[in-house]
Design a protein around this ligand. Structure first.
Ligand code: ARG
Length: 493
């Protein structure tokens, strides 16, 4: 075993980086409220003092906002400087498609006032209508929309929600993919296979069908883009939830010396699942698959170990560097995002795991390369014999390329579908063109679309995109995002 090669130092502060703005505000003149006078604060005794204080405070806030904006503008780089839209500095997140979406769709839109019997989960009529009109416009064979719209509105009046036809469900799921601004692989959005599992809402049923999804989508390496749609949210009938960010995730174990064995991203989740009774393998490794956690209102959270044959993995080797195998690296074949909510025409499907196939950089540049993930670049560079004494030798870049070559080579050698970032960038622009020819705009988030290595060598780097969000959509709620990392808070009770 070469565990020591993949164990790594723990990084605890990175998740705080998104809070730089509020932290700066914390130093603003509001700081002394409720605190001891630090001595350097001005005294406020007269009305004029109050007025002066308020003016200074307002100016201070403007200055902070201005500086933040300027920094964001600079950070976005020269190619974005012409853009009018405000950008904030956020760390480029772990590339989980659809995760971390900050604004749940429809949340800020006014709802009709009438009929609030089951207000908390009642479907928004406006969203239902918008979706049905889209469905009928893009599927002329479905006939005119009016009759269906009337039936749906009556169903919402009676029950607070409505049941999609199989065709509406499949179309809605495909369009949610088409609308996913962070996904570079949308050219094949029409090919998404939709498993209609809307009658399944119990934990065991969800877990069993998820394992079925892994087998069917894995398809012996010829990966099929697929989504399994489980029970929808309905008034008085809360839908199940999956805690894990993806069906397959690797445990992270904190070692006594503070380093981590496995995926540091899941140290807290692993600890929580162990506390809940999950027993890791006797010989812990760097790639131990975590159990699937399904939470329902009736049963609470339940853990299900993944059957080994449902977990297809690829062992990594390099086409020219024989020692690469000794690192004993591997990754799973199919990335199935499992904590995003699919929203179609106002109906929420919180459990709707979906997958495509990997782009090599997701594994080689991010999962294995990021400092707060497996952090393998220094080890690869060392073994390559590179001069790591100075940044200017570009040892990081050189090692990163070889790590990524190993990923692409190993998946291809194992007959598992994977794509590279150059091919996928060209395909994406084909997709954007096709969408425009169909009279649609293609929402895209530059910071997610541009690959994490060799960005300027790909055509997706050299242009702007429409950013307006569109529905149907995949949405990751903040509490779902937390559950995927921490195993808390529970969705129910
Ligand atoms: N970036 C995620 C990961 O590395 C997967 C996100 C979905 N990726 C995809 N190719 N469909 O596991």
């Amino acid at each position: 075993m070469h565990e020591h090669q993949i164990e790594r130092a723990r990084h605890v502060t990175t998740r705080l980086s998104g809070f730089a703005g509020p932290a700066v505000l914390g130093l603003s003149p509001w700081t002394p409220v409720g605190l001891r006078d630090p001595g350097w604060m001005p005294r406020i005794e007269t009305l004029t003092d109050v007025a002066t204080w308020l003016t200074v405070t307002a100016l201070g806030l403007c200055l902070v906002a201005g500086v933040q904006h300027l920094v964001a503008f600079q950070a976005a780089g020269p190619r974005l400087r012409g853009q009018q839209r405000r950008r904030s500095i956020r760390r480029r997140p772990e590339p989980v498609a659809g995760s971390g979406c900050p604004v749940p769709h429809g949340s800020s839109e006014p709802r009709p006032r009438a009929r609030r019997r089951v207000a908390s989960t009642e479907v928004d009529r406006g969203e239902a209508e918008e979706f049905l009109r889209l469905f009928h416009a893009e599927n002329p064979e479905a006939g005119p929309v009016e009759a269906r719209l009337e039936a749906v509105l009556r169903e919402i009046d009676a029950t607070g929600t409505y049941w999609h036809t199989a065709e509406e469900l499949a179309f809605g799921a495909r369009v949610a993919w088409r609308n996913n601004a962070r996904c570079i692989g949308r050219l094949y959005w029409r090919s998404l296979q939709v498993r209609d599992l809307r009658t399944v809402g119990d934990a065991e049923g969800v877990a069993t069908h998820c394992f079925g999804h892994l087998r069917a989508a894995g398809n012996g390496g010829k990966i099929r883009p697929m989504i399994s749609v489980f029970a929808p949210e309905a008034p008085g009938r809360p839908a199940p939830r999956i805690w894990n960010e993806q069906l397959i995730r690797y445990a992270g174990y904190e070692l006594p010396d503070g380093r981590v064995l496995g995926d540091p991203r899941y140290v807290e989740l692993t600890r929580e699942l162990v506390r809940r009774g999950w027993r890791p393998p006797l010989a812990r490794g760097a790639f131990d698959v975590l159990p699937l956690v399904v939470e329902t209102a009736a049963e609470g959270p339940r853990m299900f170990p993944l059957p080994a044959e449902a977990v297809h993995e690829v062992e990594l080797e390099h086409p020219e560097l024989p020692w690469f195998r000794d690192l004993r690296l591997r990754w799973h074949a199919v990335p199935v995002i499992s904590n995003s909510r699919l929203v179609i025409g106002g109906v929420s499907y919180p459990t709707a795991p979906f997958n495509g196939w990997y782009m090599g950089t997701e594994i080689g540049a991010r999962n294995l390369g990021d400092k707060d993930r497996y952090d393998l670049v220094p080890e690869v560079a060392r073994r390559m014999g590179l001069d790591t004494s100075r940044e200017a030798t570009l040892w990081r870049d050189r090692a990163l390329v070889e790590l990524n070559r190993a990923v692409l080579h190993s998946y291809q050698a194992a007959g598992v579908a994977i794509t590279d970032h150059h091919t996928e960038s060209v395909r994406f622009l084909t997709h954007v063109e096709r969408e425009e020819r169909a009279g649609r705009s293609c929402p895209a988030d530059w910071s997610w679309i541009v690959p994490p290595m060799s960005g300027s060598q790909t055509p997706v780097f050299h242009r702007y995109y429409d950013t307006a969000e569109q529905r149907p959509a995949f949405v990751t709620d903040p509490d779902a995002a937390q559950r995927g990392l921490l195993g808390a808070p529970r969705a129910f009770g």
